[in-house]
Design a protein around this ligand. Structure first.
Ligand code: SF4
Ligand code: SF4
Length: 98
């Protein structure tokens, strides 16, 4: 699978902020708030980026609920990169997993 870039466009299209898997994560909510307050989120350390997990790899927050449905198949980034997998936040980046 191709390496997905962490850039402004992919951050904008990513569905992770709306995803039920991290909706009730206090840790992710804090990281999302911090990211929104940052002018260039793509320059943040990857462990502080709670979106585009297909690029940045596993979430560093431990309170995600992977029993909920992953929204990746509804995402433009997923379509554009011909991604096949889901749950990158718990499994790792698209170039590292099947
Ligand atoms: S990678 Fe999938 S499961 Fe994880 S937060 Fe994003 S949309 Fe949800
Ligand atoms: S494919 Fe999933 S992890 Fe990647 S940008 Fe879209 S919603 Fe986010």
């Amino acid at each position: 699978m191709p390496k997905v870039k962490l850039d402004e466009k992919n951050i904008r299209h990513c569905r992770c902020p709306q995803c039920p898997v991290q909706k009730n994560s206090a840790c992710s909510a804090q990281k999302l708030a911090d990211m929104k307050a940052t002018a260039n989120p793509e320059t943040l350390p990857r462990e502080n980026v709670p979106v585009v997990y297909c690029s940045v790899g596993k979430a560093t927050c431990s309170d995600l609920d992977s029993q909920q449905a992953c929204m990746c198949p509804t995402c433009l980034v997923w379509d554009e990169h011909d991604l096949q997998s889901m749950y990158y936040c718990t499994r790792g980046s698209a170039d590292k997993i099947k």
